[in-house]
Design a protein around this ligand. Structure first.
Ligand code: ADP
Length: 168
């Protein structure tokens, strides 16, 4: 069985991520969407919330599993016997960072974890989780960027937090 892993923060999941997930799920028998639980970052959503949102918005794709992970991606990949990592490229500005991660993972895994890149579909090229949070924080419309159920949770989160903390 050919399995791949799509790692990320997904804080929150956007239509850009979902586009990558759908396309990668067509290419592999099983796609693990791995949500990074990183104590060094302060995300808007807890890892449990991010996993729940991702599971909901991918519920119609049968060969996708969503899990959180801590620590190194190479360890998660090894534990699950996965040799391909999928990442998305929006613009040339993503490239340097993504290349560095890909080469690091290759080295750390003794060559066993390779990375493939899916270029963004043009309609999502401008989309990032950070811009979604910024637009929502200032009361803008994020419905073109994220599914309705995700949009509701982003707005709710900022309402709960009040206006003292931007979070993005
Ligand atoms: P990270 O914090 O690891 O960069 P993100 O959740 O921001 O995680 O993104 C995960 C992956 O999805 C990255 O490879 C990123 O380049 C890709 N990605 C993010 N937004 C888009 C988009 N709009 N189109 C295509 N790929 C995207």
């Amino acid at each position: 069985m050919r399995a791949a892993i799509y790692p990320g923060s997904f804080d929150p999941v956007t239509y850009g991520h979902i586009d990558v997930i759908r396309r990668a799920a067509e290419m592999f028998d099983l796609l693990h969407v791995a949500v990074l639980d990183n104590a060094a970052k302060t995300p808007l959503f807890s890892v449990e919330e991010r996993v729940r949102m991702l599971r909901n918005v991918t519920r119609d794709i049968p060969n996708v599993v969503v899990e959180s992970y801590q620590g190194l991606l190479v360890d998660y990949a090894k534990k699950n016997n996965i040799h391909i990592s999928v990442r998305g490229l929006r613009a040339v500005t993503d490239f340097e960072y993504e290349l560095q991660i890909a080469q690091t993972n290759k080295k750390l895994s003794d060559g066993s974890l390779d990375t493939i890149f899916l270029t963004t579909s043009l309609e999502y090229a401008y989309l990032s989780s950070s811009s979604v949070k910024e637009i929502a924080y200032f009361g803008g419309d994020i419905s073109p960027c994220v599914p309705q159920e995700v949009a509701e949770q982003v707005y709710r989160k900022y309402q709960e937090r009040g206006t003292d903390s931007a979070g993005c």
